[in-house]
Design a protein around this ligand. Structure first.
Ligand code: FE2
Length: 170
């Protein structure tokens, strides 16, 4: 029987999981989002007369990028750093804040999907329009997966540590 089963990020130790999130998601957002915003501006400008043009998508992406950039800085400089040092007591508040911002992103992603017409380009759409929707769909998928990894895999490891019962019962 083959043992070549790929490792799920869900089973990585804390330090490796944080490194995975940084490399696979944070760096990718910072690299891809400015280009995607530019592409959205171009498509809106060139196709503004088209009834199904994704008007408002560039501003929506811009807002996501600005908020996400600050969010990622707090994670990298405060939360992830404290987690790597195992400073349990210092992270309850940042975790709650990050969870609430994640919920906001899900709302922003829904709005983005609506503006991008479900990421389905119209018949005969140009290459830029298609690339824009592919990029927006990729952002939707990667940000949702990042949020899942943080909310459901990384954060609970520390929340359990904080709420562990200290009473004398078995
Ligand atoms: Fe996050």
């Amino acid at each position: 029987m083959s043992l070549m089963v790929p490792t799920s990020p869900d089973t990585l130790p804390v330090n490796e999981l944080i490194a995975h999130i940084a490399a696979r998601y944070q760096e990718v957002h910072r690299r891809d989002l400015p280009e995607l915003i530019e592409l959205a501006r171009k498509v809106e400008r060139v196709h503004e007369a088209a009834p199904d043009a994704p008007m408002g998508l560039a501003d929506a992406l811009d807002r996501i990028f600005l908020e996400l950039d600050m969010h990622m800085q707090v994670e990298e400089n405060v939360l992830f750093r404290a987690m790597r040092q195992n400073l349990d007591g210092a992270i309850a508040h940042p975790i709650a804040l990050m969870r609430s911002e994640h919920a906001d992103y899900v709302g922003e992603l829904e709005n983005m999907r609506e503006l991008a017409h479900g990421f389905i380009p119209p018949e005969g759409a140009c290459g830029s329009w298609r690339r824009l929707y592919q990029g927006a769909a990729a952002l939707d998928a990667t940000l949702r997966e990042q949020i899942r990894l943080e909310n459901e895999v990384l954060f609970p490891r520390f929340e359990v540590a904080q709420t562990r019962c200290t009473c004398a019962h078995a």
